[in-house]
Design a protein around this ligand. Structure first.
Ligand code: GAP
Length: 459
């Protein structure tokens, strides 16, 4: 089947209540997106799946929800104030602004990413290869300037420098600053991890590709603290664990691949970094970064805060700064992968077509749609069933239009099961359950429906 285009996916998301353009009635605000009634459920379920597999089911991983606004020294210590920047280059002819590394990545079709290159090397590559401006085709650029991605704001009434704070550029800094708190309060023993889900903000130069790169996005980050020397083993472990998670929630193996960073690309503090890439409508792109960050973060926070962030091993009495393995994934990017994977236009045996979102039932916004076959006769019973089931999982109720049309609406909403209430329900207490993907129907007693659905929701 042909891959869905980004234009089509964006239109479908808007039409069916997944994602709308931000501030639309005011003409929008570029690259901001609002999650609609179905989108917010899908997003919450993606976060629930991550939390379940990375926090709830893990004996030695704890959850956290740190503040977005932090002491600005955090961002000085982390290096964001001095070097969280992208190489900005302007086309002299049409005045459009580009990320120099992205120009190179697009030109080489991903073979060179420009990661870790200094301005001189980036400029030379662009000029040697006469890379053209994607807008006007000219190759006449300004020199590269570094553009800091942190959003600034002020606490209090005056906009003075000493009141300056930043919207966090990544969620993990709240984890590092709470390392000692969690270790002490939970009596945690290395190896242990801290997981967090929350918003991050980056003043990206070239946001785009729908929700792939935005200035406001959510991250699901795990910082796993381990003994130096065991870090590469844990890096390997999380590389596989993250890939298995993606397959578990329904992404196909053929649309996923690992990309190990070369020595040249690695951040100076990292021993190993692997990206898991997904085959988005515009091609393969980074979905999940799994980095061995060594002891860089705790060390730098220890130096700047003057707090002792070393760990005392209760068995060996050894004191050391733990190494950190960090699997970090964007919620919106994962949601885009789930949408890309799930959206299908199918031609049925009778020649008609249908649109389907084949989400894993755990992720589906609604688990069950309760449909009275004939409103006049069956709606009372159907509403009673709906109200009972809705206490256990998200359900929807629809009594308008013919049953075929209602099935189609649920298919594209991604509802895995349609429960039809008809005369059999009134006479024998049974309902039919239609499977979204196979379109097959089975008959169940009303009292068995809940267990049947619950079993399908497992991940
Ligand atoms: N703490 C490490 C860190 O933040 P990153 O590679 O910059 O690393 C991690 O970001 C993940 O966050 C990415 O793999 C991606 O899924 C997501 N992400 C980063 N920037 C994003 C943006 N502008 N829009 C949407 N998602 C983004």
């Amino acid at each position: 089947m042909e891959k869905v285009t980004m234009e089509k996916l964006t239109a479908v998301c808007k039409q069916y209540g997944f994602i709308y353009q931000g501030s639309e009635i005011y003409g929008g605000l570029s690259n901001t997106w609002d999650y609609g009634p179905l989108g917010v459920e899908l997003k919450n379920n993606i976060k629930k799946a991550w939390w379940k597999k990375f926090v709830e089911e893990q004996k030695n991983i704890y959850g956290l929800d740190a503040a977005i606004l932090m002491n600005p020294n955090v961002w000085v210590a982390s290096g964001h104030v001095s070097s969280f920047s992208d190489p900005l280059i302007d086309c002299k002819k049409c005045k459009t602004r580009h990320r120099a590394d992205k120009l190179i990545e697009d030109f080489t079709e991903g073979k060179e990413t420009g990661d870790g290159w200094d301005n001189t090397k980036l400029e030379k590559f662009i000029s040697d290869n006469k890379i053209k401006c994607p807008k006007c085709g000219s190759s006449d650029y300004t020199p590269i300037r570094q553009f800091n991605l942190l959003f600034e704001t002020h606490i209090g009434v005056t906009e003075e420098n000493e009141n300056k704070v930043y919207l966090r550029g990544e969620t993990c800094q709240g984890i590092f600053t709470n390392f000692k708190n969690v270790e002490r309060s939970m009596r945690a023993k290395v190896p242990f991890g801290i997981g967090q889900i929350g918003k991050s903000f980056r003043n990206e130069i070239t946001p785009g590709n729908f929700i792939f790169r935005t200035r406001e996005f959510e991250q699901m980050e795990l910082e796993f603290f381990c003994k130096p020397g065991t870090d590469l083993k844990w890096h390997d472990y999380f590389r596989s664990y993250c890939m298995d998670f993606l397959k578990l929630i329904g992404l196909k193996e053929e649309n996923l691949r690992y990309r190990d960073h070369t020595k040249e690309e690695l951040a100076f503090y990292s021993k190993a970094t692997t990206d898991i890439e997904y085959n988005y409508p515009m091609g393969f792109g980074e979905l999940w970064g799994i980095a061995d960050r060594t002891d860089y973060d705790l060390k730098t926070h220890m130096e700047h805060s003057k707090e002792d962030l070393r760990y005392l091993d209760p068995e060996t009495n050894e004191k050391y700064i733990p190494y950190v393995i960090e699997p970090s994934v964007g919620v919106d990017r994962l949601l885009l992968a789930v949408l890309t994977e799930s959206y299908k236009e199918e031609t049925l045996e009778d020649g008609t077509t249908r649109e389907v979102m084949s989400f894993h039932p755990f992720l589906a916004p609604f688990k069950v749609a309760v449909l009275p076959l004939v409103k006049k006769f069956h709606s009372e019973k159907a509403l009673e069933i709906y109200e009972n089931l809705n206490k256990e999982f998200m359900c929807t109720y629809d009594e308008t239009g013919n049953i075929g049309k209602r099935y189609r609406r649920e298919d594209v909403a991604g509802t895995p099961y349609c429960l039809t209430v008809d005369d059999e329900t009134l006479n024998n207490g049974t309902v039919t359950i239609r499977d979204r993907d196979t379109m097959e129907q089975i008959t169940l007693k009303i009292e068995d429906v809940s267990d049947y659905i619950k079993d399908k929701l497992k991940i």
